[in-house]
Write a protein that binds this ligand. Sequence first.
Ligand SMILES: Nc1ncnc2c1ncn2[C@@H]1O[C@H](COP(=O)(O)OP(=O)(O)OP(=O)(O)O)[C@@H](O)[C@H]1O
Length: 679
Amino acid sequence: MTLHAQEQTLDAELVAERDHLAASRAALARMRERAEALFATGDKVAGDAYTAEQLGRHMARRVKELADDPTTPLFFGRLDFGESDPDHAGREYHVGRRHVTDELGEPMVLDWRAPISRSFYRASARDPQGVAVRRRFGFSAGVLTSFEDEHLDRGEELGTASRILTAEIERPRVGPMRDIVATIQPEQDELVRADLADSICVQGAPGTGKTAVGLHRAAYLLYLHRERLRRSGVLIVGPNRAFLSYIAAVLPALGEVEVEQATVEDLVARVPVRGVDAPAVAALKHDARMAEVLRRAVDGRIGAPTEPIMVSDGSFRWRIGLDPLHRVVEETRRERLPYATGRERVRARVVGLLQRQSEARRAESPGDAWLRRMGKAKPVTAFLDAVWPALTPEGLLHTLLTDPEALATAADGLLTAEEQELLRSAKPGRTPKATKWTAADAVLIDEAAGLIERAAGFGHVVVDEAQDLSPMQCRAIARRSEHGSITLLGDLAQGTAPWAATDWRESLVHLGKPDAVVVPLSVGFRVPAAVVAFANRLLPALAVDVPPAESLRRDGTLAVRTVDDLVAATVAEVRAALAHDGSVGVIAADDAVERLRAALAEAGVATATADDVAAAARVTVVPATLVKGLEYDHVVVVEPAAIVAAEPRGLHRLYVVLTRAVSRLAVLHRDPLPDPLAA
Ligand SMILES: Nc1ncnc2c1ncn2[C@@H]1O[C@H](COP(=O)(O)OP(=O)(O)OP(=O)(O)O)[C@@H](O)[C@H]1O
């Protein structure tokens, strides 16, 4: 074929693909109209109010799921199966964000999560999985502009050399995080499609796609186990609000609109946090031993009966002796129920004893009203208050922090006298209500609450930036995923909390998933190679054993400049950065942020805050402590030494800061660079 003829064929194919795209969009619009019509008539066809409500909710969700965003491609790939494939011989399937069917119900686009679509991500020249040709589409603003074919049947495979993958990775970043369904890589896909029953832990260097993998796994699991997970729920836990708003749009873009997102602080927000602990106190409160202290404190509230119960029902007087009361308490204690459930169980057993006496005397069973009345009778409640008193989580912690004897009993052999002293040094208020609880107290109160009442759990929990969780925070998540599975995502090298994990096995034990596999991700999609090499100079000083990242990005620039005036240099750097496309992130020690913001404003440069993902301003000034998980095309790091000096794990913080750049990193410093970087 001549070059000209080849081009003509390509053009004709492109036209055919565009037609298929237009037809698919029209089909999706029809599906949506039909769903809307059903939604409108739903309450008329449903038999009763409950069904109507269920149906209404289902249809409302379905309408939302079928929303079409004209700027994102409806499909991004195509699989042509070879003649020899037993199931799909000679068929072609377009792979996209959701199922689209024509009026006869024939597929026009397959959901990327469907079993057949798996081959789009996993087929290779070595293992073609029946696929003859894999096609990837290039889009620009929703318009199909190109495609790229791999003839797997002829041993052709592009892998990471794909032009379309490269363009996607190198595209300028604007606004919130986007999904990566079009370009999920095989090692990522394996994690995304892991079984619901499997808990996994992903150790990945910066920019290897951990967050992306976690979000896509949530979407995948919801597709495969829709009903089950809708009932139990899926939870995404992230480090802070800025991060959560950055990732908030990914799942809805994939049609998943019912996933809860929270920080750990949100999860344990039973009390308002109004106080601050000294670092040593906070560290102790986050220590795993506190779980045992609390458990003993709760157990310690259960006492031995000292008096029989004498109770009258108006006609007769009843008596329950000490022996049976002892047996009731012991039996219930052995059942290891949540404390509050135990209290009610004791009450029920006492009433049971009264019922038997009554049956023996009256030769008939007393009615429900009698049983209820006896359960609430003063002597019965007084007995319960004496041997199994009602307990609030706040009350329990308040007692431990204010009553040296109570603490000594619960902490005996667990905490040293000095540690007990340290715990009490925080000086709570006179009552739980009057106490200015700290963030660490909130975690302890949640632990206590978990001992008192069982919390409802989620079917699956995705935990991002998990290296920063304390043992007690891990336990808070464990309580919410006891009967579900988890995806734990993190990087030990990015641990900045005082209690940051140094070994995933330990975190997994606290999370109640000791058998989860730990899988490394090492191909970086964000940070250019030159910047990775610079940041990696810090690794030996971070005292963690992690595989270093290798970057897919050969482009990108790194500039390290000694300057006299940090503020003026920052303004100049930002101005220069604005000549390029994409976002600009200025990252500095927290206490320098206001000054830089003001200087930029004075210079006429509008800036946004990190949590405002919808901001029109292209420049964001971010405190170093909030930048975890975020990324900007052009990053300006201001005075690394100040970032390091601001906190005990400052070098880890700097490692996070230096790995936020997608295309260009400029490091401005007046003070000498921290040692490992100066090398
Ligand atoms: N397969 C992929 N195709 C295209 N882009 C990808 C792919 N995987 C990851 N990316 C992009 O790389 C960037 C980094 O991904 P992500 O934020 O998930 O990494 P991370 O491992 O969570 O990073 P960090 O450790 O810094 O939090 C994002 O812009 C993401 O969209």
